[in-house]
Each structure stands twice: as C-alpha cells, then as structure tokens.
Design a protein around this ligand. Structure first.
Ligand SMILES: NC(=O)c1ccc[n+]([C@@H]2O[C@H](COP(=O)([O-])OP(=O)(O)OC[C@H]3O[C@@H](n4cnc5c(N)ncnc54)[C@H](OP(=O)(O)O)[C@@H]3O)[C@@H](O)[C@H]2O)c1
Length: 239
C-alpha cells in the first residue's frame, strides 16, 4: 500500500529537500509550489514521474488550499504525512521603539500560522484515514519563548510561537485517535527566507532534511501528551 505525503513551500530550500528525502523513502509525494521560479521539483519529476505530483499552492489563500485538498482527493483518500513548511520572514530589524509594520506582520501570520492551519484543517480527513496520521509543522527556535534572545523579528518569531500553540491544539484533538503533531526546528540552513541565499549558514537544506526525515519516520518514538518540539538533531527545544 503506497504511503502519501504532502509538503508545502516545496519548490526550493528545505521544502524541496524534504520532498527528495520522502521520495528516497518510497513515499508518493504531493509538492505544493508557490511561484515556480525554481525547477527543483520538475527536475525530481524526471526521476520519479509516477510518485511525484506538483500542485500550485498559496497557503495564504483559502481557495488555493481547497484546490490543493481536492487535488489530493483525486489521488488518494489517505494522506500519511502533511509537512507545513511554507513560510515568510517579514521585518527583522524593528524593535519596540521603532515604527512597526503591522500589515507586514499580518501577512506573515497569514502564511506561517493560518496557512498551516488551513492546510491541516482541509486535509485532516485523509490524514486521519492513513497509517502515520502525522502533521509536521516546520517551526523554528525563533518560536521558543523560553530561549528568546531577540529584540526584533516580531512577525516571524511570534508567528512560530503561534504555530507551536496551533500544533498543541491539534495534537490534543487527534492524539486520541492515534494522530500526532511534530514540531521541528530545521537548524540554521542555507535558505532564501530573507531573500538572497544565506550561504553562511552551516547546514544545506539536504543536511537538515536528512536529519529531519529520521525524526519524521521515527515519530512514534516522540508520541506523548504534548507534541514534541525538536531541532533537526532530535534535541528538545524549550517552549
Ligand atoms: N533556513 C533556516 O535557517 C530556517 C531556520 C528555522 C526555520 N526555518 C523554517 O524552515 C522552513 C523553510 O525555510 P527555507 O529556509 O527553506 O526558506 P525558503 O527557501 O524561503 O522556502 C520557503 C518556501 O515557502 C514558500 N512560500 C512563501 N509564501 C508562500 C505561500 N503564501 N504559499 C505557499 N508557499 C509559500 C516559498 O515560495 P517562493 O519560493 O515562491 O517564495 C518557498 O518555497 C520555513 O518554515 C522556515 O521558517 C528555516
């Protein structure tokens, strides 16, 4: 019986690397891609024409998420793993004594928090109809209140804290039927969240994804009353 996974924000970076790892582990993968400026998924499609699907997806838009959910129903009635990876970062410099871009913060919330909620909400039925019953929310150490050291990053850091709370609320509901939410911090990864490639970060997307896939496939080891909040090495993060 094939196992299915959906990854949001899949056209580049960590999302594309997670798609690659899932394919290597024999999953059939649905890759939600946003602007299609990168060709990582179309290149992978050449190697995995029967196990990789691509669907256009803007997680900030309810219709787009519904369209992606219908796309999934057209392929399978059981979705093992949903990885909510899509995110944007917003302003990183403003502190409480600066002018704050509230609209910008709302946009970040709409993608990072509500985007994941839209996806989990639309796909909960096939998820709970599957073997793994797993939602993976790609969060960040920036969402940890207990280890917060920043004075800015209002949009991103608060959005990841809210994503962590969302994870706990969903986990509480689905754990009674064997479902689980896992919250992962991918590490400091060479990505384009801030625009240009952050080549100084120590990890490549593949480094991070190789580690995260072990945690994802071993998710049962982390099943507990609350969702596990782990970094890519499996180390627990402070809430
Ligand atoms: N890189 C790090 O060091 C780091 C650290 C901690 C956590 N994370 C988390 O890891 C995840 C991936 O980050 P990354 O470094 O791979 O960043 P990235 O390269 O910027 O990838 C983010 C992806 O999300 C997509 N996206 C943006 N808005 C979207 C929308 N409205 N709907 C659907 N997709 C959308 C982007 O699409 P476009 O390409 O079209 O813009 C992009 O493919 C994020 O959740 C991030 O918060 C990253």
């Amino acid at each position: 019986m094939p196992e299915y996974a959906f990854v949001t924000g899949a056209e580049r970076g960590i999302g594309a690397a997670l798609v690659r790892q899932l394919l290597l582990h024999d999953f059939t993968v649905i890759a939600g891609t946003y602007l299609k400026e990168y060709d990582e998924i179309s290149i992978l499609k050449q190697t995995y024409p029967d196990r990789l699907y691509q669907v256009e997806l803007d997680v900030s838009c309810e219709d787009s998420v519904r369209n992606a959910s219908n796309f999934v129903s057209g392929i399978t009635d059981s979705l093992d793993i949903l990885i909510n990876n899509a995110a944007i970062i917003g302003n990183k410099t403003a502190t409480i004594t600066d002018a704050i871009d509230f609209e910008g913060i709302q946009q970040v919330y709409n993608v990072n928090v509500l985007g994941a909620l839209r996806m989990s909400n639309q796909l909960i039925e096939p998820l709970m109809n599957s073997g793994h019953k797993l939602i993976v929310n790609i969060s960040s150490e920036a969402g940890s209140i207990g280890q917060c050291h920043r004075t800015g990053w209002f949009a991103y850091a608060m959005s990841k804290s809210a994503l962590n709370m969302q994870s706990a609320l969903i986990h509480n509901q689905i754990k009674v039927e064997g479902g689980q939410v896992l919250i992962l911090h991918p590490g400091a990864v060479q990505g384009r969240l801030s625009g240009a490639l952050n080549a100084k970060s120590p990890l490549t997307p593949d480094d991070s994804a190789v580690n995260m896939i072990k945690l994802i496939l071993g998710h049962a080891d982390y099943m507990d009353q609350h969702p596990a909040y782990l970094n890519y090495l499996g180390e627990r993060q402070l809430w």
